[in-house]
Write a protein that binds this ligand. Structure first.
Ligand SMILES: Cc1cc2nc3c(=O)[nH]c(=O)nc-3n(C[C@H](O)[C@H](O)[C@H](O)COP(=O)(O)O)c2cc1C
Length: 315
């Protein structure tokens, strides 16, 4: 997710969910080719398995970007066919590609030919007032024919006119049944469902119908849900928020030593105590203190202490 799931966020999410597959923010193929690769593509070794999400609609450029991603050590390249923003539409990529299955097929085929890692697609059900399951399934089939190894379905339309990107994640109705049907009719195709999944129960219920679930906003705002889901799926013992947080310490300290400001990491930790007694205190201490010069791990310890104190008072 753009501006959210940067490398620091992903290191944290990896600690919470050792078995999850993590995705980068979308990076346009042109940026991969011409931009600052260390900044755009750099990641920590702990993040594997990790997918780079690409934006674009030029087969040759996407193939080149996919090759760069593979050389950087990514485990998967994912093509974005779901982003509805104006900027993306002007550049003819993202969700508007749902109407161009042939072009996307050429992009996927070019990427598949360029790399040995899986090439996957993230899409919507359609755009604007499309309500044609056959067109959606045809879009997916074209990408599978081109070599796509898996599809992530954000199970709602993108409305390209009149809605903001935020509204486009909320207003068009969710239709999980289309993803279920896609899977039922194509048992060999790995289908991952995305959209509106916020609890372990909701996520696990989908796994009766599809192969996987992708959590977006819930993973960011309430990241402990990733840990709960991991434990529910694998039977691994549940670890406390504090214990998981402590595991971030070596990474945080090495980043501080390399000159990073604490706030760039702690902004991704704010939701750890979401809905918990003391959670507000945790957020407050971190968000008020992390931008101060010299802020270091001691601030995180202080936030934990305040959280404990508040929770005790509330008990
Ligand atoms: C801030 C933000 C940035 C996002 N950026 C991307 C992106 O770069 N690529 C993408 O495929 N989806 C992006 N999304 C959409 C999410 O991946 C996801 O499809 C959507 O939020 C629905 O899933 P959820 O209900 O689990 O959040 C973004 C969502 C948010 C909130």
């Amino acid at each position: 997710m753009m501006d959210w799931t940067d490398t620091h966020c992903r290191v944290f999410h990896r600690i919470l969910a050792p078995g999850a597959r993590l995705y980068t923010e979308m990076v346009h193929a042109n940026a991969v080719i011409h931009g600052d690769r260390q900044r755009l593509l750099g990641f920590d070794a702990s993040e594997h398995p990790l997918a780079l999400q690409l934006g674009g609609s030029d087969p040759a450029l996407l193939a080149q970007a996919a090759r760069i991603a593979a050389d950087w050590g990514y485990d998967e390249v994912n093509l974005n066919c779901g982003c509805p923003s104006d900027r993306v539409q002007a550049g003819r990529f993202g969700a508007c590609l749902m109407r161009e299955p042939e072009l996307v097929g050429e992009c996927v085929a070019a990427m598949v030919a360029a790399v040995d890692i899986p090439v996957t697609v993230k899409c919507r059900l359609g755009v604007d007032q499309d309500n044609d399951y056959a067109a959606f399934a045809g879009f997916v089939d074209r990408q599978v024919q081109a070599g796509a190894a898996m599809v992530v379905v954000h199970a709602r339309n993108a409305w390209l006119q009149g809605l903001s990107p935020k509204e486009n994640r909320e207003v068009p109705p969710l239709r999980y049944d289309w993803a279920y049907r896609l899977k039922a009719e194509r048992p060999a195709l790995p289908v991952v469902l995305n959209g509106g999944l916020a609890t372990v129960e909701a996520a696990q219920a989908q796994l009766a119908h599809v192969d996987g679930v992708m959590l977006g906003r819930a993973a960011y705002h309430d990241p402990y849900v990733l840990h709960l889901l991991e434990a529910a799926q694998t039977g691994a013992p549940l670890r406390s928020r504090e214990e998981l947080l402590q595991q971030m310490r070596p990474y945080v300290e090495s980043q501080l030593q390399a000159g990073l400001a604490l706030k760039h990491i702690t902004r991704h930790l704010l939701g750890l105590y979401h809905g918990q007694p003391g959670g507000r205190g945790f957020r407050k201490v971190l968000s008020e203190g992390a931008h101060r010069p010299g802020a270091d791990w001691a601030l995180v310890e202080q936030a934990v202490q305040v959280t404990r104190d508040q929770a005790e008072r509330a008990a």
